[in-house]
Design a protein around this ligand. Structure first.
Ligand SMILES: CC(C)(COP(=O)([O-])OP(=O)([O-])OC[C@H]1O[C@@H](n2cnc3c(N)ncnc32)[C@H](O)[C@@H]1OP(=O)([O-])[O-])[C@@H](O)C(=O)NCCC(=O)NCCSC(=O)C[C@@](C)(O)CC(=O)[O-]
Length: 301
């Protein structure tokens, strides 16, 4: 299949990137400035916050304040993660353009992450989806551990396909396939995708690959050839996974945009502005920049 002419980048840095940040809770102002800078760099889809239990994820405890603080840019969708009815109510009140429900292809991971079975998580999402639909808010679905689980090892692609299909049938417009611990390699990624694409149209699937083993760009290049045209990524490669030692964050947005530009694929994002944002946020957090492109360009502001 020909490569797509354009790719929508879903920037998950403010949520997936910051949720696991060690140390004190990051100031709301920094989160707000990060989101505003990403929008100014041309990112059109930003996962801005997470309406989850602050006991489980303290870094996301100020979701409502973050959503209230951002300056909305025309044409930018601001999304929020919502595990249950309480979460979606908060997201709707905060003016989220989109909500995301999340489960996994692995029972053990689901239990650790949201304290229920996969089947229970799907039941829990029913009122979430109903509330979002009543408010004309789009619903995205996540399936984690699509290429491996820290507790169960390899995951059968049929299980990924089955959970993805359930989320689609519930009303998700798009299913994001998460290689949560970044263990995938290109051939396995394509095999998994081929199985899932039997259940969910490829144009309703997104790739959400972490870069723990340095395979994320290779995996993305592989699945782009199968028709994937939505990629989740995190500025400066922010993030990590509390369930996998040494796990790094999502693939860095700067690295993805650089690769896509080299392939002649449009993203609408200004790479220099994005790289400056990556360098800025890593300075704010006092952590290393996980983007090779960000480091190479050395942009700052
Ligand atoms: C799902 C629950 C809430 C179940 O948590 P629980 O303990 O089973 O449920 P609960 O209903 O007993 O709630 C526990 C406490 O949280 C409160 N609570 C309950 N709901 C909310 C809410 N919405 N907002 C704020 N507070 C809430 C609730 O009121 C209660 O407070 P208490 O009575 O103890 O004071 C919990 O497990 C949770 O919040 N988990 C979130 C985990 C999470 O955010 N993980 C990271 C996101 S997933 C991810 O990163 C993967 C992804 C998407 O990026 C893709 C990939 O890479 O694979």
């Amino acid at each position: 299949m020909a490569l797509p002419s354009s790719v929508r980048i879903v920037e998950v840095g403010p949520r997936d990137g910051l949720q696991n940040e060690a140390g004190p809770v990051i100031a709301t102002d920094i989160k707000v400035a990060l989101i505003n800078r990403l929008a100014a760099a041309g990112v059109s889809h930003i996962e801005a916050a997470s309406f989850v239990s602050p006991k489980w994820v303290p870094q996301m405890g100020d979701a409502a304040a973050v959503m209230a603080g951002i300056t909305r840019h025309d044409g930018v969708a601001y999304a929020a993660l919502t595990p249950n009815l309480r979460g979606v109510e908060g997201a709707i009140e905060s003016g989220a353009d989109e909500v995301a429900i999340f489960t996994a292809a692995s029972e053990s991971f689901t239990r650790k992450n949201i304290n229920c079975s996969i089947a229970e998580s799907l039941e829990r999402f029913v009122p979430v989806v109903e509330a979002a639909k009543r408010n004309n808010i789009r619903i995205r679905g996540y399936v984690s551990t699509v290429l491996g689980c820290p507790y169960e090892g390899d995951i059968d692609p049929s299980q990924v396909a089955a959970v993805s299909r359930e989320l689609l049938d519930m009303g998700c417009y798009e299913i994001s396939l998460g290689d949560t611990i970044g263990v995938g390699t290109p051939v396995r990624a394509r095999k998994m995708l081929a199985r899932v694409a039997n259940e969910v149209p490829i144009n309703q699937l997104a790739a959400h690959f972490h870069d723990t083993y340095g395979q994320a760009l290779a995996n993305l290049y592989a699945v782009l050839q199968d028709g994937i045209s939505v990629i989740d990524s995190s500025v400066a490669g922010l993030g990590g996974c509390p369930y996998a030692s040494g796990a790094s964050g999502n693939v860095a947005s700067e690295d993805v945009v650089y690769m896509l530009e080299g392939l002649g694929i449009k993203t609408g994002i200004d790479l220099k502005e994005l790289a400056a944002t990556g360098n800025w946020i890593t300075q704010q957090l006092g952590r290393n920049n996980g983007s090779k492109v960000g480091l190479a360009l050395g942009c700052s502001s």
